[in-house]
Design a protein around this ligand. Structure first.
Ligand code: GLY
Length: 419
Protein backbone atom coordinates (compact mmCIF):
# COMPACT_ATOMS: atom_id res chain seq x y z
CA UNK A 1 0.00 0.00 0.00
CA UNK A 2 1.30 3.47 -0.85
CA UNK A 3 0.53 5.91 1.99
CA UNK A 4 0.79 9.69 2.30
CA UNK A 5 0.98 10.93 5.90
CA UNK A 6 0.10 14.61 6.43
CA UNK A 7 1.82 16.53 9.24
CA UNK A 8 5.24 16.35 10.89
CA UNK A 9 4.81 16.69 14.67
CA UNK A 10 5.07 14.20 17.51
CA UNK A 11 1.67 12.63 16.77
CA UNK A 12 2.63 12.06 13.14
CA UNK A 13 6.04 10.68 14.20
CA UNK A 14 4.18 8.07 16.26
CA UNK A 15 1.77 7.28 13.41
CA UNK A 16 4.67 6.99 10.95
CA UNK A 17 6.53 4.69 13.34
CA UNK A 18 3.55 2.36 13.61
CA UNK A 19 2.69 2.55 9.89
CA UNK A 20 6.33 1.73 9.04
CA UNK A 21 5.95 -1.58 10.87
CA UNK A 22 2.94 -2.59 8.78
CA UNK A 23 3.44 -5.62 6.52
CA UNK A 24 0.94 -3.98 4.14
CA UNK A 25 3.16 -0.91 3.58
CA UNK A 26 4.74 -0.41 0.17
CA UNK A 27 5.82 3.25 0.34
CA UNK A 28 5.39 6.05 2.87
CA UNK A 29 5.44 9.68 1.77
CA UNK A 30 5.40 12.40 4.43
CA UNK A 31 4.54 16.04 3.75
CA UNK A 32 7.06 17.69 6.08
CA UNK A 33 10.43 16.94 7.64
CA UNK A 34 11.04 15.37 11.02
CA UNK A 35 14.49 14.00 11.96
CA UNK A 36 12.73 11.08 13.65
CA UNK A 37 10.92 9.74 10.60
CA UNK A 38 11.40 6.01 10.09
CA UNK A 39 13.95 5.13 7.38
CA UNK A 40 11.19 4.07 4.97
CA UNK A 41 9.64 7.58 4.83
CA UNK A 42 10.26 9.90 1.89
CA UNK A 43 9.71 13.63 2.44
CA UNK A 44 7.79 15.46 -0.29
CA UNK A 45 7.12 18.90 1.23
CA UNK A 46 3.55 20.22 0.89
CA UNK A 47 1.43 22.36 3.16
CA UNK A 48 -2.16 23.50 2.89
CA UNK A 49 -5.04 21.44 1.50
CA UNK A 50 -4.53 22.57 -2.09
CA UNK A 51 -0.82 21.70 -2.25
CA UNK A 52 -1.33 18.38 -0.46
CA UNK A 53 -4.17 17.43 -2.81
CA UNK A 54 -1.91 18.29 -5.77
CA UNK A 55 0.81 16.07 -4.35
CA UNK A 56 -1.69 13.22 -3.91
CA UNK A 57 -3.06 13.68 -7.44
CA UNK A 58 0.44 13.15 -8.75
CA UNK A 59 1.48 10.33 -6.34
CA UNK A 60 -1.87 8.45 -6.46
CA UNK A 61 -1.51 6.88 -2.98
CA UNK A 62 -3.83 4.11 -1.81
CA UNK A 63 -4.40 6.00 1.44
CA UNK A 64 -3.88 9.48 2.90
CA UNK A 65 -3.65 9.74 6.70
CA UNK A 66 -4.22 13.25 8.03
CA UNK A 67 -2.58 14.06 11.39
CA UNK A 68 -3.53 17.67 12.23
CA UNK A 69 -6.92 19.39 12.11
CA UNK A 70 -5.97 22.37 9.92
CA UNK A 71 -5.95 20.55 6.55
CA UNK A 72 -9.27 18.90 7.47
CA UNK A 73 -10.77 22.30 8.27
CA UNK A 74 -9.52 23.46 4.86
CA UNK A 75 -11.36 20.59 3.13
CA UNK A 76 -8.47 18.25 2.29
CA UNK A 77 -10.68 15.15 2.62
CA UNK A 78 -13.25 16.69 0.24
CA UNK A 79 -10.55 17.39 -2.36
CA UNK A 80 -9.22 13.83 -2.03
CA UNK A 81 -12.70 12.39 -2.36
CA UNK A 82 -13.10 14.28 -5.63
CA UNK A 83 -9.85 12.64 -6.79
CA UNK A 84 -11.07 9.18 -5.70
CA UNK A 85 -8.27 8.87 -3.09
CA UNK A 86 -9.23 7.32 0.29
CA UNK A 87 -8.60 9.70 3.19
CA UNK A 88 -8.36 8.83 6.89
CA UNK A 89 -9.87 12.04 8.23
CA UNK A 90 -13.30 13.62 7.85
CA UNK A 91 -14.74 16.06 5.33
CA UNK A 92 -14.76 19.77 6.18
CA UNK A 93 -18.42 19.55 7.21
CA UNK A 94 -17.87 16.51 9.46
CA UNK A 95 -14.73 18.12 10.94
CA UNK A 96 -17.00 20.88 12.27
CA UNK A 97 -17.37 18.62 15.31
CA UNK A 98 -13.93 20.04 16.15
CA UNK A 99 -13.92 23.36 14.31
CA UNK A 100 -17.15 24.68 15.87
CA UNK A 101 -17.95 24.17 19.54
CA UNK A 102 -21.54 25.31 18.93
CA UNK A 103 -21.98 22.76 16.12
CA UNK A 104 -20.61 20.01 18.36
CA UNK A 105 -23.17 20.97 21.04
CA UNK A 106 -25.96 20.87 18.46
CA UNK A 107 -24.95 17.37 17.29
CA UNK A 108 -24.62 16.17 20.88
CA UNK A 109 -28.14 17.40 21.59
CA UNK A 110 -29.47 15.58 18.49
CA UNK A 111 -27.57 12.43 19.39
CA UNK A 112 -28.51 12.49 23.10
CA UNK A 113 -24.86 12.59 24.20
CA UNK A 114 -24.21 13.61 27.82
CA UNK A 115 -22.47 16.98 28.04
CA UNK A 116 -22.55 20.17 30.14
CA UNK A 117 -25.39 22.67 29.81
CA UNK A 118 -24.46 25.65 27.65
CA UNK A 119 -25.42 28.97 26.13
CA UNK A 120 -24.35 30.27 22.72
CA UNK A 121 -23.34 33.90 22.44
CA UNK A 122 -23.03 36.02 19.32
CA UNK A 123 -20.81 39.03 19.99
CA UNK A 124 -22.84 41.11 17.51
CA UNK A 125 -26.23 40.24 19.00
CA UNK A 126 -26.90 42.48 22.05
CA UNK A 127 -29.63 40.18 23.39
CA UNK A 128 -27.38 37.15 23.42
CA UNK A 129 -24.61 39.22 25.07
CA UNK A 130 -27.14 40.27 27.73
CA UNK A 131 -28.05 36.61 28.34
CA UNK A 132 -24.32 35.84 28.60
CA UNK A 133 -23.82 38.54 31.24
CA UNK A 134 -26.71 37.13 33.28
CA UNK A 135 -25.15 33.66 33.06
CA UNK A 136 -21.64 34.68 34.02
CA UNK A 137 -23.01 36.55 37.05
CA UNK A 138 -23.76 33.09 38.46
CA UNK A 139 -20.03 32.07 38.27
CA UNK A 140 -18.62 28.59 37.50
CA UNK A 141 -18.64 28.90 33.77
CA UNK A 142 -16.28 27.80 30.99
CA UNK A 143 -15.83 30.31 28.18
CA UNK A 144 -15.05 28.61 24.86
CA UNK A 145 -14.20 30.26 21.57
CA UNK A 146 -16.44 28.64 18.95
CA UNK A 147 -13.81 28.20 16.22
CA UNK A 148 -10.29 26.76 16.13
CA UNK A 149 -8.02 28.56 18.60
CA UNK A 150 -4.84 26.44 18.67
CA UNK A 151 -5.76 25.02 22.09
CA UNK A 152 -5.89 28.50 23.65
CA UNK A 153 -9.62 29.24 23.38
CA UNK A 154 -10.92 27.68 26.61
CA UNK A 155 -11.14 29.64 29.89
CA UNK A 156 -12.27 27.91 33.08
CA UNK A 157 -13.81 30.59 35.31
CA UNK A 158 -14.90 30.33 38.93
CA UNK A 159 -16.11 33.89 39.45
CA UNK A 160 -17.98 36.52 37.48
CA UNK A 161 -14.82 38.67 37.36
CA UNK A 162 -12.82 35.83 35.81
CA UNK A 163 -15.55 35.23 33.23
CA UNK A 164 -15.73 38.94 32.32
CA UNK A 165 -11.95 38.99 31.91
CA UNK A 166 -12.13 35.87 29.71
CA UNK A 167 -14.82 37.40 27.49
CA UNK A 168 -12.80 40.63 27.20
CA UNK A 169 -9.79 38.62 26.11
CA UNK A 170 -11.78 36.45 23.70
CA UNK A 171 -13.30 39.52 22.08
CA UNK A 172 -10.07 41.54 22.09
CA UNK A 173 -9.49 40.56 18.47
CA UNK A 174 -6.77 38.06 19.29
CA UNK A 175 -8.85 35.13 17.99
CA UNK A 176 -10.25 36.92 14.95
CA UNK A 177 -13.47 35.58 13.47
CA UNK A 178 -13.15 32.29 15.42
CA UNK A 179 -14.38 34.17 18.52
CA UNK A 180 -17.41 35.94 17.08
CA UNK A 181 -19.42 33.11 18.56
CA UNK A 182 -18.68 31.89 22.04
CA UNK A 183 -20.05 28.94 23.99
CA UNK A 184 -20.60 29.43 27.72
CA UNK A 185 -20.61 26.05 29.37
CA UNK A 186 -21.50 25.04 32.93
CA UNK A 187 -18.26 24.20 34.74
CA UNK A 188 -17.96 20.52 35.66
CA UNK A 189 -15.51 18.73 37.93
CA UNK A 190 -13.66 15.46 37.63
CA UNK A 191 -10.67 13.84 35.94
CA UNK A 192 -10.33 14.19 32.17
CA UNK A 193 -9.78 11.27 29.81
CA UNK A 194 -9.44 10.89 26.04
CA UNK A 195 -11.38 8.19 24.18
CA UNK A 196 -10.72 7.64 20.48
CA UNK A 197 -13.13 5.81 18.19
CA UNK A 198 -12.00 4.76 14.71
CA UNK A 199 -14.92 4.89 12.31
CA UNK A 200 -15.79 4.29 8.68
CA UNK A 201 -18.87 6.48 8.97
CA UNK A 202 -21.01 3.56 10.17
CA UNK A 203 -19.11 1.23 12.50
CA UNK A 204 -16.96 2.50 15.36
CA UNK A 205 -14.21 0.69 17.30
CA UNK A 206 -12.75 2.10 20.50
CA UNK A 207 -9.08 2.35 21.46
CA UNK A 208 -7.83 2.08 25.05
CA UNK A 209 -8.51 5.21 27.10
CA UNK A 210 -5.62 7.59 27.57
CA UNK A 211 -4.96 10.61 29.74
CA UNK A 212 -3.23 13.80 28.67
CA UNK A 213 -1.59 16.30 31.06
CA UNK A 214 -2.31 19.72 29.61
CA UNK A 215 -0.92 22.11 32.22
CA UNK A 216 2.75 23.10 31.97
CA UNK A 217 3.71 22.33 35.56
CA UNK A 218 3.44 19.45 38.00
CA UNK A 219 0.17 19.08 39.86
CA UNK A 220 -1.75 20.56 36.90
CA UNK A 221 -0.43 24.04 37.67
CA UNK A 222 0.61 26.78 35.29
CA UNK A 223 -0.63 27.69 31.82
CA UNK A 224 -2.30 25.28 29.45
CA UNK A 225 -0.17 23.70 26.73
CA UNK A 226 -0.78 21.39 23.79
CA UNK A 227 -0.06 18.56 26.24
CA UNK A 228 3.02 17.81 28.35
CA UNK A 229 2.63 14.05 28.41
CA UNK A 230 0.13 11.22 28.24
CA UNK A 231 -0.20 7.59 29.13
CA UNK A 232 -2.41 4.65 28.19
CA UNK A 233 -4.34 2.67 29.12
CA UNK A 234 -5.93 4.97 31.69
CA UNK A 235 -7.13 2.79 34.59
CA UNK A 236 -10.10 5.11 35.18
CA UNK A 237 -11.80 3.44 32.17
CA UNK A 238 -11.39 -0.29 31.61
CA UNK A 239 -12.34 -1.94 28.30
CA UNK A 240 -16.00 -2.29 29.30
CA UNK A 241 -16.22 1.38 30.31
CA UNK A 242 -14.59 2.44 27.01
CA UNK A 243 -17.11 0.32 25.10
CA UNK A 244 -19.95 1.99 27.02
CA UNK A 245 -18.61 5.41 26.04
CA UNK A 246 -18.27 4.35 22.41
CA UNK A 247 -21.88 3.13 22.55
CA UNK A 248 -23.30 6.25 24.25
CA UNK A 249 -21.10 8.94 22.69
CA UNK A 250 -19.29 7.96 19.49
CA UNK A 251 -21.88 5.72 17.83
CA UNK A 252 -24.81 8.13 18.28
CA UNK A 253 -22.72 11.02 16.92
CA UNK A 254 -21.51 8.98 13.94
CA UNK A 255 -25.13 7.95 13.29
CA UNK A 256 -26.36 11.55 13.35
CA UNK A 257 -23.56 12.68 11.04
CA UNK A 258 -24.43 9.89 8.57
CA UNK A 259 -28.13 10.78 8.73
CA UNK A 260 -27.27 14.39 7.87
CA UNK A 261 -25.48 13.16 4.76
CA UNK A 262 -22.07 14.19 6.12
CA UNK A 263 -20.56 10.93 7.40
CA UNK A 264 -17.62 11.17 9.77
CA UNK A 265 -14.67 8.97 8.72
CA UNK A 266 -11.39 8.75 10.57
CA UNK A 267 -10.91 9.06 14.30
CA UNK A 268 -13.46 10.74 16.54
CA UNK A 269 -11.64 11.94 19.66
CA UNK A 270 -13.90 12.58 22.64
CA UNK A 271 -12.39 14.62 25.48
CA UNK A 272 -14.44 13.57 28.51
CA UNK A 273 -14.76 14.58 32.11
CA UNK A 274 -15.62 11.80 34.55
CA UNK A 275 -18.05 13.66 36.79
CA UNK A 276 -19.85 12.26 39.82
CA UNK A 277 -22.92 12.00 37.59
CA UNK A 278 -21.05 9.98 34.92
CA UNK A 279 -18.90 10.77 31.88
CA UNK A 280 -19.66 14.06 30.11
CA UNK A 281 -18.20 15.18 26.77
CA UNK A 282 -16.04 18.31 27.01
CA UNK A 283 -15.13 18.50 23.34
CA UNK A 284 -14.65 16.54 20.15
CA UNK A 285 -11.63 16.51 17.91
CA UNK A 286 -11.62 15.17 14.37
CA UNK A 287 -8.11 13.71 14.59
CA UNK A 288 -5.80 11.78 16.90
CA UNK A 289 -4.61 13.55 20.07
CA UNK A 290 -1.09 14.79 20.59
CA UNK A 291 0.54 13.41 22.77
CA UNK A 292 -2.03 10.62 23.43
CA UNK A 293 -1.14 9.03 20.07
CA UNK A 294 2.47 8.45 21.16
CA UNK A 295 1.64 5.88 23.90
CA UNK A 296 -1.26 4.43 21.89
CA UNK A 297 0.93 3.69 18.86
CA UNK A 298 3.46 2.00 21.14
CA UNK A 299 0.71 -0.31 22.39
CA UNK A 300 -0.99 -0.94 19.03
CA UNK A 301 -0.04 -4.52 18.18
CA UNK A 302 -1.48 -5.62 14.87
CA UNK A 303 -1.21 -4.21 11.36
CA UNK A 304 -2.58 -0.66 11.56
CA UNK A 305 -3.08 -0.05 7.85
CA UNK A 306 -6.17 -2.24 7.33
CA UNK A 307 -7.83 -0.19 10.10
CA UNK A 308 -6.89 3.22 8.73
CA UNK A 309 -7.62 2.24 5.13
CA UNK A 310 -10.87 0.49 6.11
CA UNK A 311 -12.07 3.62 7.93
CA UNK A 312 -11.14 5.76 4.93
CA UNK A 313 -12.83 3.47 2.39
CA UNK A 314 -15.96 2.82 4.44
CA UNK A 315 -15.21 -0.85 5.17
CA UNK A 316 -13.66 -1.05 8.62
CA UNK A 317 -12.46 -4.59 9.43
CA UNK A 318 -14.63 -6.61 11.79
CA UNK A 319 -13.59 -7.12 15.41
CA UNK A 320 -11.23 -4.68 17.12
CA UNK A 321 -7.54 -3.84 16.80
CA UNK A 322 -5.21 -5.71 19.15
CA UNK A 323 -3.18 -3.84 21.75
CA UNK A 324 -0.27 -5.28 23.70
CA UNK A 325 -0.60 -5.86 27.42
CA UNK A 326 1.00 -3.36 29.76
CA UNK A 327 1.18 0.39 29.38
CA UNK A 328 3.05 3.22 27.68
CA UNK A 329 3.86 6.67 29.02
CA UNK A 330 5.05 9.66 26.99
CA UNK A 331 6.84 12.56 28.69
CA UNK A 332 7.20 15.70 26.59
CA UNK A 333 10.41 17.74 26.63
CA UNK A 334 9.53 21.33 25.74
CA UNK A 335 11.83 24.20 24.92
CA UNK A 336 12.53 27.21 27.14
CA UNK A 337 9.71 29.76 26.95
CA UNK A 338 7.00 27.27 25.93
CA UNK A 339 3.99 27.73 25.71
CA UNK A 340 4.43 31.48 25.07
CA UNK A 341 7.57 31.28 22.92
CA UNK A 342 10.07 28.58 22.09
CA UNK A 343 13.84 28.76 22.11
CA UNK A 344 15.23 27.54 18.81
CA UNK A 345 18.56 26.03 17.72
CA UNK A 346 19.52 24.62 21.11
CA UNK A 347 21.65 21.49 20.63
CA UNK A 348 19.90 18.29 21.74
CA UNK A 349 22.11 15.46 23.02
CA UNK A 350 21.35 12.10 21.45
CA UNK A 351 22.04 9.31 23.94
CA UNK A 352 22.20 5.69 22.79
CA UNK A 353 18.87 3.93 22.32
CA UNK A 354 17.36 2.70 25.59
CA UNK A 355 15.45 -0.56 25.83
CA UNK A 356 11.64 -0.22 25.96
CA UNK A 357 11.82 3.47 25.08
CA UNK A 358 10.76 5.15 21.84
CA UNK A 359 11.67 8.80 21.29
CA UNK A 360 9.27 10.67 19.01
CA UNK A 361 10.54 13.91 17.52
CA UNK A 362 8.26 16.96 17.31
CA UNK A 363 10.01 20.36 17.33
CA UNK A 364 13.46 19.24 16.18
CA UNK A 365 15.62 19.75 13.11
CA UNK A 366 18.99 18.44 12.05
CA UNK A 367 21.40 21.20 11.07
CA UNK A 368 23.95 21.10 8.26
CA UNK A 369 26.51 20.25 10.94
CA UNK A 370 24.61 17.02 11.64
CA UNK A 371 23.60 18.11 15.13
CA UNK A 372 20.05 17.81 16.37
CA UNK A 373 18.53 21.13 17.50
CA UNK A 374 15.29 22.48 18.89
CA UNK A 375 12.92 24.05 16.38
CA UNK A 376 9.60 24.36 18.24
CA UNK A 377 7.73 24.35 21.54
CA UNK A 378 7.17 20.68 22.17
CA UNK A 379 10.47 19.09 21.15
CA UNK A 380 10.52 15.37 22.00
CA UNK A 381 8.15 12.75 23.36
CA UNK A 382 10.13 10.24 25.42
CA UNK A 383 7.85 7.22 25.55
CA UNK A 384 8.46 4.27 27.87
CA UNK A 385 6.80 0.86 27.64
CA UNK A 386 6.29 -1.42 30.61
CA UNK A 387 4.11 -3.94 32.37
CA UNK A 388 2.23 -1.16 34.17
CA UNK A 389 1.89 2.61 33.97
CA UNK A 390 4.39 2.90 36.85
CA UNK A 391 6.89 0.71 35.01
CA UNK A 392 6.39 2.60 31.72
CA UNK A 393 6.81 6.01 33.35
CA UNK A 394 9.96 4.84 35.15
CA UNK A 395 11.45 3.79 31.77
CA UNK A 396 10.53 7.16 30.20
CA UNK A 397 12.01 9.21 33.05
CA UNK A 398 15.19 7.09 33.14
CA UNK A 399 15.76 7.78 29.44
CA UNK A 400 14.74 11.43 29.63
CA UNK A 401 17.87 12.60 31.49
CA UNK A 402 20.02 11.72 28.50
CA UNK A 403 17.91 13.84 26.15
CA UNK A 404 17.52 16.91 28.36
CA UNK A 405 18.86 19.94 26.49
CA UNK A 406 19.63 23.40 27.83
CA UNK A 407 16.41 25.07 28.97
CA UNK A 408 14.29 21.93 28.57
CA UNK A 409 11.04 21.89 30.53
CA UNK A 410 9.18 18.74 31.52
CA UNK A 411 6.73 17.57 34.12
CA UNK A 412 7.83 15.01 36.67
CA UNK A 413 4.36 13.62 37.34
CA UNK A 414 3.15 12.24 33.99
CA UNK A 415 1.20 9.08 34.74
CA UNK A 416 2.19 9.54 38.38
CA UNK A 417 -1.24 9.87 39.88
CA UNK A 418 -4.39 8.64 38.27
CA UNK A 419 -7.02 11.31 37.91
N1 GLY B 1 -3.98 16.25 23.62
C1 GLY B 1 -5.05 17.06 23.26
C2 GLY B 1 -5.21 17.33 21.83
O1 GLY B 1 -4.57 16.72 21.00
O2 GLY B 1 -6.03 18.16 21.47
Amino acid sequence: MKVVLVGNGGREAALAWRIASSPSLGALIVTGSNPGWPGVATVVPASGAEAIARLCASEQPDLVVVGPEAPLAEGLADRLEALGIPCFGPSREAARLETSKAFAKQIMAEAGVPTAGHLEVDKDDPQSVERAMARIAQGDVVVKVDGLAAGKGVFVCHTEAEAREALDEVWSGRFGDAARHVVLEDRMEGPEVSVFGITDGGRVVGLPASQDHKALLDGNQGPNTGGMGAYAPCPLLDDAAVEEIIETVHRPVVRVMAERGTPFRGVLFAGLMLTKDGPRVLEFNARFGDPETQPLMCLWEDDILPWLAGAARGDLPHGAPRFRDGAACCVVLASRGYPVTSEKDVIIPEPPRAEDVVVFHAGTRRGDDGLLRTSGGRVLGITGLGDSVQDARAKAYEALDGWAFDGAQWRTDIGGSVG
